[in-house]
Ligand binder design. Sequence first.
Ligand code: F6R
Length: 616
Amino acid sequence: MCGIMGYVGHRSALPILLDGLRRLEYRGYDSAGVAVLNDGHIEVRKTAGKLAQLTEITSGPGLLHGTVGIGHTRWATHGLPTDANAHPHSDCGGRVVVIHNGIIENFLPLKEELQARGHTFRSDTDTEVIAHLIEEELYEARSPSVPLEEAVRRAVQHTRGAYAIVVLCSDQPDRIVAVRQISPLIIGLGKGETILASDIPALLSHTRDVLVIEDGEMAVMTASGATVERLDGATVAKQPLRITWDAEMAEKGGYPHFMLKEIHEQPRALQETMMGRLDAPGGAPELDGVSYSPEFVRGLRKLWITACGTAYHAGLVGRWVVEHWAKVPVEPELASELRYRDALIDPQTLTVAISQSGETADTLAAAREARKRGTRLAAITNVVGSTLSREADDVLYVRAGPEIAVASSKAYITMLVALQMLALDLAVRRGAVTPPQTAHIIQAMKALPGKAQEVLLRESEVASLAARLADREHMFFIGRGLDYAVAQEGSLKLKEISYLHSEALAAGELKHGTLALVTPGVPVFALVTQRHVYEKTLSNIQEVKARGGLVIAVAYDRDTEITKHAEVVLRIPDTLDDLAPVLAIIPLQLFAYHVARERGNDIDQPRNLAKSVTVE
Ligand code: F6R
């Protein structure tokens, strides 16, 4: 994530940048900075912490007369949230400044090459390489008359990854150059001023006419407008769009609720979580932040997984893939239970603590308790620099970006792929999978973002089902193996935002008691993605049907048999059974969302709940 702003025009740039950053703070808020052109020099101010701190260090007349500037609010991915790692980043000479949203996958080799050529780095970020690459194009071995846009075009050709990059150069003060690859970039066209932002809300108080920059495009902004071309040099004829949303809708990117926005952000979150980690020629994942030794992995006797709520449900999926691929026994335990158990945790174990926030009190306490008993601690978290990440030996960040809705969606789905990557890493290191098996799994994982997008396109079917069932009082979710893990998360989502009673059961358990609650018309969601138990689950579906229950299946597109058994089928694209949870949860998230909406509930802030639970 991260929020970016740029201004070139006739007004003082600083207040416009700060106002835009405030509206973009939902995209990241661990550090912030601005760069303003002042009398031919670039002045940079940046700081760790929230925007209020940046406002404090920029107050006073110093920066106020500059009419060209850029600004950034950060969500750390590479490097802790410190002053030095805050954007903008400069070249060696302080003539070029860069802000960036995204990830430069190959920044390490680029950094080493640039250092070998004499460049001095001041941060741990991936972004800083861009400033130095542009510096080389502008000032070294080339004529200084290279236009900034040409230097940026040449520089980004060396990079791989996702970005929206914005560049300002003191020697070419009339323009700002911006390029986009995956990360969003919008340009607003005002009267005698041009404004750039990651998202529309930051522009709306200045203009409603915008250019949406697409992947592979570069924009050159001046006070009189913007020209857009493709990075390969082809010109682009772009018509401005007129935005009609009101301000509140715009904050949510046009979605009525943050939760729906975050559900729709899942394909990108998946892509970013895998980015640069599944590209090694040998096939093994490259998990930045994970440094356990080969001897430790070979001697590993058991994994503990600990977490709360949705993160715990992700852990249940983790158990399955670690046992199946890496052949290491796994015990998942709720954090609030683990810390009071006489758990047999020893130095030959790895404890994986999962937490979106990295601040959940129960999870921190369980992780600390496990550590006291000698385990190695690995954290899976979304927040760089969180308490959990600082205390762990290994940290795998999920890169979901800030999650605002209390009910977790994109953090959960990215935890699933993080756990799959960890499981595959252990499996490869322990020789439990062959290179062709690894390649097959990686190929299927890389297809997940596109398939998640396909599931989202089917939202209207889920919304109609929700409208039909929104007045019910009880619902059940059943499944076996990984389907049971997803059933538990689907049931929790429904409870927390719709306030309906729901319960998830291992499908085979239904007949041992809870079947007594299945009466005519009671909705029972049956997940049937796991081939090895498919027929067994069909038998459980029959038990439900025999009592008049309404069966709604979540099944693959290829499954033609299921229509004979279920009244409604919510479809997901075919994938490996081990990866199915990533797709199967999406219709259930959408169902919970639409039921809650039908019932008129406060979806983003459900009653009695909080986003980060820092009490026991
Ligand atoms: C449910 C939900 C909670 C959290 C739980 C742990 O949608 O969000 O169940 O998953 O409170 O929070 P983190 O992951 O921050 O430790």
